[in-house]
Design a protein around this ligand. Structure first.
Ligand SMILES: *Cc1c(COP(=O)(O)O)cnc(C)c1O
Length: 426
């Protein structure tokens, strides 16, 4: 069983539910911190290595602040994410603004924070020139298009809306240099949820080589290479963790063979991981409220797809255990379902699980990234609370559950109920 032992047991969770009813997210503090330390250790050969946490994965200020304590910057792609940084006093080069289809107002917010602005395309330079001041530090997002196919990718790069071509990038740095911008980086993110070190290394190789090309073509020497995020999570039993030490050593050897001979060293390596940092250390805890047998067996829980949409949206696998029944024999396969009026509101389909009864606590694993943050309110279902647990068993509420008042806060109800049509007596 590859899934690490749970940092809690049934009795602790039962205790938590007396103050915080299910469903809720529970994050494990030491797990998250240790993952970041392992990443920094793997890149300790690179002076100035920095991980920018992709805020969209788990946009909770407590999580972002905890990661800042571990030395992480923040990778933002929207105004709300910039607000989190501003409120936490994370600014300047600690912030990477990697957006796409961006407005001038959004660039302004990033420049106000002093963020490194990672441009999706040189088209945006026109917008930047309308701002009162230009960002000091720019990078560009490269999309290799047809140069890269066949690996596990966000989609075919040629079909991806992100980034720009080699020619646009070279032209973009030359234009920036002419505008007086002096500090540069280079970025790409072409893999997602990638468990193969080789595929992750392909991005590093591609970017190191492109940095050399840019230097030769424009004289611009980039200060950093941002490898993006994309380190995968072994969601399924049988999959294995990415060996971060092996990955770091692989990037080091590419650095030695490409960057050093070109005279571009020292070059900082940066990453924007989200999923691999918080994913494995967040659990969606939910309670069985109905067990039903029709044409198959359904285990109805009190969370819905609105709390965790990955299974419904991508068919993503999330491991599920029933607390206190970890060793129990499994019975027939069942679907684990929420209560939305949507048939893809399922956390698992045909899953082998032990016999469950109403009231059992169910743990949905690896939900710490792109989980709560993708929540929505369809069917008037509300987003759950988020709790942070440490190894002393202390649990802190870091976001309360939404209430019906929150749900209706934006609605204008009519002053008085609309008059009913009189019955025509037909
Ligand atoms: C989503 C995203 C990330 C984080 O990706 P993970 O798969 O969560 O590591 C990093 N950078 C950019 C630009 C992203 O859009």
């Amino acid at each position: 069983m590859h899934h690490r032992p749970l940092p809690f047991d049934a009795s602790l969770v039962e205790k938590i539910t007396t103050a915080h009813p299910t469903p809720f997210y529970l994050y494990h503090e030491e797990g998250i911190r240790q993952r970041v330390r392992d990443l920094y250790e793997a890149f300790s050969w690179n002076e100035g290595f920095r991980q920018y946490f992709a805020v969209k994965a788990t946009p909770n200020p407590h999580i972002v602040a905890m990661l800042a304590e571990e030395g992480c910057g923040a990778d933002c792609s929207s105004p709300a994410e910039l607000v989190i940084c501003d409120r936490l006093d994370i600014r300047g080069e600690e912030v990477m603004f990697t957006s796409n289809n961006t407005t001038s107002e959004e660039f302004q917010a990033a420049v106000d924070l002093g963020a490194i602005v990672n441009l999706d395309s040189p088209h945006h330079l026109g917008q930047l020139q309308t701002l009162p001041k230009l960002p000091k530090f720019i990078s560009f997002r490269f999309n290799p298009g047809a140069e890269r196919t066949g690996n596990v990718i966000i989609g075919d790069p040629q079909e991806a809306k992100f980034g720009c071509t080699r020619e646009q990038i070279v032209d973009g740095y030359a234009r920036c240099r002419d505008l007086g911008i002096e500090r540069f980086g280079l970025h790409a993110m072409i893999v997602s949820n990638e468990l193969q070190v080789e595929s992750l290394l392909a991005t590093a190789e591609m970017l190191f080589e492109l940095a050399v090309t840019i230097k030769q073509a424009t004289g611009v020497a980039v200060e950093f290479i941002n490898l993006g995020g994309g380190i995968g999570v072994p969601y399924r039993p049988g999959e294995s963790e990415v060996n971060l030490a092996e990955f770091g050593a692989g990037v080091e050897s590419l650095y030695e063979s490409i960057v050093v001979p070109s005279g571009l060293a020292p070059l900082r390596v940066m990453m924007e991981n989200g999923r691999s940092i918080t994913g494995p250390f967040g659990y969606l805890i939910t309670r069985v409220i109905n067990v039903k047998q029709s044409y198959k067996r359904y285990i109805g829980v009190d969370a819905t797809m609105s709390n965790l949409m990955r299974p419904g949206m991508y068919g993503a696998y999330h491991h599920i255990t029933v607390l206190g029944k970890e060793q129990a024999p499994t019975v027939d396969n069942a679907d684990v379902v929420g209560s939305l009026c949507e048939n893809n509101d399922k956390f698992a389909v045909d899953r082998e699980l032990p016999e469950v009864v109403e009231g059992d606590l169910v743990v949905i694993h690896d939900a710490g990234a792109h989980g709560h943050s993708m929540g929505f309110q369809y069917n008037g279902r509300l987003r759950s609370a988020e709790l942070l647990q440490n190894d002393q068993g202390e649990v802190r509420l870091i976001r309360r559950a939404e209430t019906l008042d929150d749900y209706f806060a934006t609605v204008e109800f009519p002053e008085a109920p609309a008059p009913r049509l009189a019955s025509s007596g037909g």
